[in-house]
Design a protein around this ligand. Structure first.
Ligand code: BEZ
Length: 209
């Protein structure tokens, strides 16, 4: 196999990056990209990352022609068009919108989880905005409640954009927010996750210890 022609700017702690890495594993494309780790935070922008990516998004993918595409949703879609197996995002019909909406719910869990992480890990404790933090946690709780109530059978049916996104969101809750103890009130989600986190793609992309 020739050297990878694409570079994925990545941080192994990011659940958004993990979504893309899981897709690459699931579709046998992991050799196509070189990983470049960037330890960017909202208060530590990295100049090199902003080239062609003015928002400094992670993940960002530099293509062979030097252009950059982002964010995780776009990169996921990009690679989903480049393998010969079943698409991981349905191409059309109501399934497309439903699976993308479930994936968006998972992305929202990640958004809220990451901003809570930044607020609690980076901001001085006397500046923490507790009401705002609690509303972010409430978003996570509502989204988990919906997945538990309405989506288990759908998640179990395919390991596609929806299931990969939810699995990465739950993995991030375990990683950064074990205090939320999401399993205790979401037993069906917990049982589903216990199975999918044993997939080689999930094992190979676990966040750092
Ligand atoms: C984290 O360390 O939790 C993190 C790093 C990069 C992106 C998102 C989260």
């Amino acid at each position: 196999m020739s050297a990878p022609s694409m570079t994925l700017f990545h941080n192994p702690a990011s659940p958004f990056v993990r979504k893309v890495l899981v897709l690459l594993h699931e579709t046998g494309q992991q050799e196509r990209v070189a990983l470049q780790t960037v330890l960017v935070t909202p208060i530590n922008p990295i100049e090199q990352l902003n080239d062609g990516n003015p928002l400094g998004k992670i993940p960002a993918l530099r293509l062979a022609d030097g252009s950059v595409i982002h964010d995780s949703r776009v990169i996921f879609d990009y690679f989903d068009y480049q393998h010969v197996g079943n698409p991981l995002i349905p191409r059309d019909g109501s399934a497309r919108w439903r699976r993308l909406t479930l994936a968006s719910t998972a992305d929202g869990i990640m958004d809220a989880s990451v901003v809570v992480r930044y607020e609690t890990a980076l901001r001085p404790v006397e500046k923490h905005w507790e009401q705002w933090l609690e509303e972010q946690r409430n978003k996570i709780r509502r989204a988990l409640g919906m997945l538990e109530q309405d989506a288990i059978a759908e998640l179990a049916s395919h390991f596609d954009v929806a299931a990969i996104s939810v699995a990465c969101a739950l993995g991030y809750l375990d990683y950064r927010h074990p205090d939320l103890e999401w399993r205790s009130s979401h037993p069906k989600l917990a049982a589903w996750y216990a199975e999918v986190c044993l997939r080689p793609s999930m094992l190979a992309t676990q966040p750092p210890a």
